[in-house]
Structure formats: structure tokens, C-alpha cells
Design a protein around this ligand. Structure first.
Ligand code: GLN
Length: 539
């Protein structure tokens, strides 16, 4: 079973947003490169069952796994770095832990005992961590603890780390990520916040094995020794993590700092001979030395938020590198687009992507942007709501169905070209009830999508309640908007493509969730290629 599995915990101190997800992903990548199989899990201390009902202002992008879990966006990094699929088991919140414990209590599983944080909650956390180890698929399970040590919410998680470290001995190691700030006035790097953060962890009974120091400047000689001395670790176990040009540099930086070797040492794991990072290095090289660049608009309503549309951005990074081109993603607020200014706002773009989303805000601007892309033959990719808006735009401006809409925005529309799915109608709960996860899609062999994927049957992840209304399929097709992909089980239109256009694709699913460094998503690769060609022709 999980006898030989090693468990690595990653905690954070001093501040949030130091990049625990990227450090975890980078470590996973390095261990993989040495031949180990690795999975990464995130424990989130908030009480929501999952982030599915959180709005992007609260929590950035909601990432969807193949098995239909709505999860933290860090899981996107895990998949992009490791090219290994995650699942519901890879993201657990306090809410879910409590829900499981309370369900067991109601079933009478704890009969006669008082249900408490220790041991019942911590045992449930432990069970969730070990579940991945027990699959027999992994040599290492890396578990990232969300939040910052010292937070009230994360106490039960840190307590679980303490217990597991005690139980597992050398099969468990803890990495603590902290900040070493640079004080300009003093001209110095400061280690005190790290010392305090490690003390907080020690108060909870956890001695970190490795301290990763996030810093804007190189750690000068003596700093590592100082941190080591104050925090009970060897200087080799103090790892510098300098701000990087791109997140994809971090595995290589961690290799230089020997983070992977430290982990192998701490877990008594023999160091394998080989290390295979050639593909990764080639990718980073392409990323840093493009032959050209191309401008693509990302039209959506959360443009000011860095963490919204995270996976779309990264998919452009992958798709760009594959084309040896830098993709400059210009985020354009859909609420500000009108028929008067659309030409001005989009004139320098060689491609237009309309983002996924919910609700009415910014819909008119999205539709205008799509009209502009369709009429001017600019490469267009519509994702989920973006695809639905493309159907609405086509109905109104090509089929002249005035007032055509999605019943999400206008329940009284005379032409419901996008309508609620039959099995969604009776649902009352919002959480976890959308059409979620991977579904089959059969491609039309005479489509752009087929050309991009190179296969007839694909599987892509979904997150929506509305769908293309099949009553309009025929008239769409007759007028040049083709159903290029169909879900064979339920006969749902998953892709629409415009015939007399160089590259116009709307997808009901989310291709951005499955793009990885190893396998850039074919639609993004093809879309970027089309944008490059468009720019060439325009010149
Ligand atoms: N709001 C739309 C629906 O629920 C689209 C969702 C999305 O873009 N993810 O169908």
C-alpha cells in the first residue's frame, strides 16, 4: 500500500502569495525528472466545501479537474508543471473535512465519543492526505497547506503535519516557505520575519526540514548561515528562491539550489543517476527567445484581476512557445466595448479571445468584439460563455433573429439560441451542480478543430449550465456556422466554427484547463498560429 510513499508538506509564513504552489510544482517537476512519480495536493483552510461558489474577486480562477471537481487554481500549476492529472482528492478544504466528519457522526460512526478537532478532524485530514498515497501510484505526495502559519484556520492542518511527521519519521519532510524582505533604507536583507515564522511553526510542534526563502535579491553570504542557526537547520537546507522572470524558471532555479537533493536526503531516498529536464529547458529557451510577437485580446469582465483567467494566460504561454512567438495578452474590459469604439480598441489585435463567465455584466461588449472578429476575419476563440456569445452574435447579426439571447441573461428572449440544460432545470443548490468535468466530443473531420487535434474523439472539461439549443442547429449550419464537435452521448453541440473565416472557433468546454508545458493545448497552438498568419497578411 503506501508503505514506501514519502509525504512532503509545504507550509508558508510571513505573507501569503509567496508562491507555495509554484515551489510545490517545481519540486514535483524535479522529482519527476529524476524518475519518481509525484502528485501534489492542496489543503485549503476556508470553510467553503470547494471554491466553485466563490467569485473570482475572492479566489481567482476556479480550476476544474477531469473528474469534475471545482478546485483551487494552484492545481492548474500542478498539472501544467507535472503533466499529471489531478482529481477531487487533490484539493480538500476545511469545509469538506468538517462535512465528512459530521456525516460520519450522523451515521453513528463515532457513537459514544465526543467528536473533537483532535483526533477526529485531524484524523480526517490525515485520511485525506494518505488517500493519494494509498492509490499505489506515487512515490511522493506533496501537500501544500494553504494560508500562512499562525492563522487560526490552519491550526488543525499544521497539527496534522506534526502528527504525521512523528508517525512517519524519515518518510515525511516539511518545507517552510518564507519571505526575506529587502529594506531599501537600510540596504539590507532581513531574516527576522523568517525567524519569527519558524518560531510560530515550532510553537505548533513542527520543525521545518527545509526553509525556502523568497527574496527579491540574492541572499548574500552569511544569510543562509544566519537563518540556519536561528531555525535549527543546516545551511544547505536554506534555499534561495529569487523572483524569477517567469514561473517556468523556478524548477531550474530550485535545481541549482538543490531543493530536490535536500528532499531526497531528508527522506533517506537514494539519488537516482539520471535527470531528464531537456524538454523543460527547450521550452524555457523558446519562451525566452521568441522569433517574434503577436497581440491577442482577452475580452472579459475580470481584466483587472491577475488571478482570473490564469489558465488561459498560461495556455498562451505554452501555445506561444510552441510557435516560438511571444503572445502579448491584452486584457480588455468587455463592459467598456461599444459598437462605436470596438474598432479602435481592437485594431492592433491579431487574435481575439472571449472569456468564460456568468451573468449579464459586459455581455454586449463581448458580442461587439465577436462581431468585429467575424466581420474582419480576425482569428477568434470563444470559450464557454465566449462560445455562447458567438452563437448569440451570429443569430442576431447574420440570421437577423432580433433579441436572440441566452436564457441565462434574458429568460423571455424570443430566440433562446442558448438555453438551460434539461437536467439543470430542477436543481436548487448552486454548489457543485453544473455540468462539470471531462466529456467526450466527436469532431467533424472537415473542421479547424480536427486539424488542430489530429484526432476524431477528444475529451475536454466543462463547467456550465447552459448549452447550444439544438433547434437552431440546422439554420446555423445552412448559414455557415458549423457544429464542428458533438457530444455523442447526449448530442450536445460542443464546438461551433464559422465557414468563411480563416479561424473562428467557439468551444463550450475549457481547453485552457488541460494545457501543460509538455502538451500545449492544440487549440491554443493553432489559434496562435492563425494570429501570426493574420498579422503577416495584414502587413
Ligand atoms: N454562464 C454560462 C453557463 O453557465 C457559461 C459558463 C462558463 O463560461 N464557464 O452555461
Amino acid at each position: 500500500m503506501d508503505k514506501n510513499v514519502k509525504y512532503i508538506f509545504v507550509t508558508g509564513g510571513v505573507s501569503s502569495s509567496l508562491g507555495k504552489g509554484i515551489i510545490s510544482s517545481s519540486l514535483a517537476k524535479l522529482l519527476q525528472a529524476r524518475g519518481f512519480s509525484v502528485t501534489i495536493q492542496k489543503l485549503d483552510p476556508y470553510i467553503n466545501i470547494d471554491p466553485g461558489t466563490l467569485n473570482p474577486y475572492e479566489h481567482g480562477e476556479c480550476y476544474v479537474t477531469e473528474d469534475g471537481a471545482e478546485t483551487d487554481l494552484d492545481l492548474g500549476h500542478y498539472e501544467r508543471f507535472s503533466n499529471t492529472r489531478t482529481s477531487q482528492a487533490n484539493n480538500i478544504t476545511t469545509g469538506r473535512i468538517y462535512q465528512n466528519v459530521i456525516n460520519k457522526e450522523r451515521k453513528g460512526e463515532y457513537l459514544g465519543t465526543t467528536v473533537q478537532v483532535i483526533p477526529h478532524i485531524t484524523n480526517e485530514i490525515k485520511r485525506s492526505v494518505k488517500l493519494l498515497g494509498q492509490t499505489g501510484k506515487y512515490d511522493f505526495v506533496i501537500t501544500e497547506i494553504g494560508g500562512t502559519v499562525g492563522d487560526i484556520e490552519s491550526f488543525p492542518f499544521v497539527e496534522t503535519v506534526r502528527q504525521m511527521k512523528w508517525e512517519l519519521g524519515s518518510r515525511c519532510a516539511v518545507i517552510h516557505l518564507t519571505l526575506v524582505p529587502y529594506l531599501h533604507a537600510a540596504g539590507e536583507l532581513k531574516t527576522k520575519p523568517t525567524q519569527h515564522s519558524v518560531k510560530t511553526l515550532l510553537e505548533q510542534g513542527v520543525q521545518p526540514d527545509i526553509i525556502v526563502c523568497r527574496t527579491e535579491h540574492p541572499l548574500y553570504p552569511g544569510i543562509k548561515q544566519k537563518i540556519a542557526q536561528f531555525c535549527n537547520v543546516k545551511p544547505d537546507a536554506v534555499i534561495e528562491s529569487r523572483d524569477a522572470e517567469t514561473i517556468y524558471d523556478v524548477p531550474l532555479m530550485m535545481l541549482d539550489e538543490k531543493l530536490d537533493l535536500e528532499i531526497l536526503k531528508k527522506t533517506d531516498t537514494p539519488v537516482p543517476d539520471h535527470l531528464d529536464l531537456e524538454n523543460w529547458k527547450n521550452f524555457v529557451n523558446n519562451l525566452k527567445h521568441p522569433n517574434g510577437e503577436v497581440n491577442i485580446a482577452l475580452v472579459g469582465k475580470y481584466v483587472e484581476l491577475k488571478d482570473a483567467y490564469k489558465s488561459i494566460n498560461e495556455s498562451f504561454v505554452h501555445g506561444g512557445a510552441m510557435n516560438q512567438t511571444r503572445v502579448n495578452v491584452h486584457r480588455i474590459q468587455s463592459e467598456n466595448i461599444t459598437d462605436k469604439n470596438v474598432a479602435d480598441k481592437l485594431k492592433d489585435m491579431s487574435g481575439i479571445l472571449v472569456a468564460p463567465g456568468f451573468g449579464n455584466r459586459g455581455i454586449d461588449g463581448k458580442i461587439e468584439a465577436i462581431r468585429f472578429a467575424r466581420e474582419n476575419k480576425i482569428p477568434f476563440l470563444g470559450i464557454c460563455l465566449g462560445m455562447q456569445c458567438a452563437a448569440i452574435e451570429f443569430s442576431r447579426n447574420v440570421l437577423h433573429l432580433e433579441g436572440a439571447h441566452s436564457t441565462e441573461m434574458d429568460p423571455e428572449t424570443p430566440y433562446p439560441v442558448i438555453d438551460i440544460m434539461e437536467n439543470q432545470k430542477k436543481l436548487k443548490n448552486l454548489g457543485g451542480t453544473m455540468r462539470l468535468g471531462a466529456y467526450n466530443c466527436r469532431l467533424n473531420p472537415k473542421s479547424i478543430s480536427f486539424e488542430a487535434y489530429g484526432s476524431k474523439l477528444i475529451r475536454e472539461r466543462h463547467r456550465h449550465r447552459y448549452e447550444f439549443n439544438n433547434e437552431y442547429r440546422k439554420v446555423f449550419e445552412e448559414n455557415g456556422m458549423l457544429p464542428a464537435g458533438i457530444n455523442p452521448e447526449e448530442d450536445l453541440v460542443e464546438i461551433i466554427e464559422l465557414k468563411n473565416h480563416p479561424w473562428f472557433v467557439g468551444v463550450q468546454f475549457h481547453p485552457e484547463y488541460s494545457s501543460t508545458v509538455k502538451r500545449p493545448h492544440p487549440l491554443f497552438v493553432s489559434f496562435v498560429k492563425a494570429a501570426i498568419e493574420y498579422r503577416k497578411d495584414k502587413r
